[in-house]
Write a protein that binds this ligand. Structure first.
Ligand SMILES: Cc1cc2nc3c(=O)[nH]c(=O)nc-3n(C[C@H](O)[C@H](O)[C@H](O)COP(=O)(O)OP(=O)(O)OC[C@H]3O[C@@H](n4cnc5c(N)ncnc54)[C@H](O)[C@@H]3O)c2cc1C
Length: 500
């Protein structure tokens, strides 16, 4: 490597590491912002912040219960990672037995809406029990339809700017957009920002990342065209195995990203590619998130140049870079109940079960290459640093022993209730879960179920003015009436006393 290149690398690395971002001046410098009365943008039964898969479902579910609902989203479209980060795989609606449908409701409604126009395809050609590949552009339209049809009052390009609390209640939320700063007043507030922005601004403590305060790395996806047909191109997993651990010329350190690609339905000449991983990011920190976006795009440029050296990839062209780097995790709320690894892997059942799933505990190494998956059937797959896969068991059994027959895991309503508040819920990837459990629940079809449940909970709280004092049987009945497949544990008399 020439001296010139390494100097360029060095400069890039230093700039990316800090020099290029807004940096606060040394010392505790502040300036007082004069207090002012905020114009009230509206008064609502339910206000939802963050219009990703969880937020849209929360808003729509509450609106379908007759609530007056506001939905605030900082992007130009709804869908969060499912649109703006072009994550185009939604997992199976079926249990581990491959026969019992365990997920329905709004999650299934979203899939069916896209399937009807050819924008969602099941991975199994002769069935529907596999994962779904979706067209993330169509998903933008599908989410638009859902919110518009349900009468939710929406604002795009608008971010949460502050929270006004009174005791255990959120009283109002400041929002900021092109029209300046305004306030929203609601009876119940739902945090679907993915990073618990609402509850953190309200002063609530949160859990962050793992025991070392590091998070799974974010990944930027991008769309390529001009890839040769599957049978004529070098498989991306093999490219990945060759590139992982090689020096990234743009940034001067080793690539750690496992690579995959998935053609969107109806666009076989294109593929959404994941080949970027930016370790050491705190997605709730503006500087860190900015670094993730820029460094992600540098990594992408490097990967595309490398791809061009492989058979079938010579003529690729970049046709789209996802609007946002995809964030896997940051803060999780402290809830009335915290899901943990044991409750996920044992398939623990709850009388107030509002979501089910089968996705394994899926942890992308926060610091380097490698991913570990722990499945409900007792098996594990570890993707090692060289991208090879090692199979094992987490249950102490030998690899050839019979597997466990847990159908799915469950999430109770209590994991959505913010511990220190009487009128605030969270839904999506920031609910009450430990690091391991969050690795399983952080997927789209779970986020949508959690959103739907939070929306119904908030709808029921219109009567009681307290999100804890709602009827759990009514919540479950409403989920079922919308096609939900939740199978709550038969409640004991003590558990029944929880619900009013
Ligand atoms: C690279 C990658 C691959 C993945 N692969 C899969 C997969 O194959 N299958 C799967 O099911 N899941 C996958 N996931 C996980 C899944 O995409 C997310 O966990 C899921 O999107 C979570 O939904 P959510 O609604 O909780 O959060 P998000 O999708 O993150 O949505 C949060 C929304 O809130 C908005 N927002 C945030 N802060 C504010 C604010 N302050 N004010 C206003 N709006 C705000 C955001 O713009 C966004 O729209 C993947 C994730 C990544 C990053």
């Amino acid at each position: 490597m020439s001296m010139q290149t390494s100097e360029r690398e060095q400069t890039l690395r230093e700039n990316l590491a800090g020099r290029n971002y807004l940096t606060p001046p040394a010392g505790p410098k502040t300036i007082a912002e004069p207090g002012k009365d905020l114009p009230i943008a509206g008064e609502f039964d339910v206000a939802v912040f963050g219009g990703g898969p969880a937020g849209v479902c929360a808003a729509v579910a509450a609106a379908r219960m007759g609530a007056k609902v506001a939905l605030i989203e900082r992007n130009a479209c709804f869908g969060g990672n499912a649109t703006a980060a072009a994550v185009n795989v939604w997992h199976s609606l079926y249990g581990m037995d491959g026969k019992t449908q365990v997920i329905g409701g709004l999650a299934e409604e979203c899939v069916r809406r896209m399937q009807r126009r050819g924008a969602a395809e099941n991975r199994l050609e002769d069935g529907e029990t596999g994962a779904w590949t979706i067209d993330t552009e169509d998903a933008k339209l599908m989410f638009d339809d859902l919110v518009i049809e349900s009468g939710v009052r929406i604002l795009l390009h608008t971010t949460l700017a502050g929270v006004i609390c009174e005791g255990r209640k959120i009283k109002a939320v400041a929002i900021e957009g092109k029209s300046g700063r305004q306030a929203l007043i609601a009876q119940t507030y739902i945090d679907c920002t993915g990073d618990a922005d609402l509850l953190r601004r309200a002063g609530a403590a949160t859990d962050f990342g793992d025991d070392n305060n590091t998070c799974q790395p974010p990944t930027l996806t991008f769309t390529l065209q001009g890839i040769a047909p599957k049978s004529e191109r070098f498989h991306i997993e093999k490219i990945s195995a060759e590139l992982i651990g090689t020096r990234n010329d743009y940034l001067g350190y080793d690539s750690v990203a496992p690579m995959w690609e998935k053609p969107p339905p109806g666009r076989p000449n294109q593929s959404v590619v994941s080949a970027v991983r930016v370790p050491g990011i705190d997605a709730s920190d503006s500087r860190s998130l900015t670094r993730a976006e820029i460094e992600g795009r540098y990594q992408m440029r490097w990967a595309i140049e490398k791809f061009k050296g492989y058979k079938g990839w010579e003529n690729i062209q970049l046709c789209d870079i996802s609007q946002n780097i995809g964030v896997r995790e940051s803060h999780r709320i402290i809830a009335d109940y915290t899901l943990d690894r044991e409750s996920i892997l044992s398939g623990k059942e709850y009388p107030d079960c509002v979501a089910q799933g089968t996705w394994p505990i899926d942890i992308h190494n926060p610091d380097g290459p490698g991913t570990r998956l722990e499945f409900l059937d007792g098996t594990t797959i570890t993707r090692l640093a060289d991208n090879s896969r090692e199979k094992g068991r987490w249950d102490g059994k030998s690899i050839d022993d019979p597997t466990r027959d847990t159908l799915c895991w469950q999430v109770p309503y209590r994991a959505l209730i913010a511990k220190d508040f009487d009128n605030a819920l969270a839904a999506g990837r920031c609910i009450g879960a430990d690091y391991q459990a969050a690795g399983a629940i952080r997927v789209m079809i779970t986020a949508m179920q959690l959103g739907e449940a939070a929306g119904i909970g908030a709808g029921l709280a219109m009567e009681t003015n307290d999100i804890r004092r709602i009827s759990i049987p009514k919540l479950l009945e409403q989920l079922r009436s919308q096609g939900g497949k939740q199978r709550p544990k038969q409640a004991s008399s003590e558990e029944e006393a929880m619900s009013t």
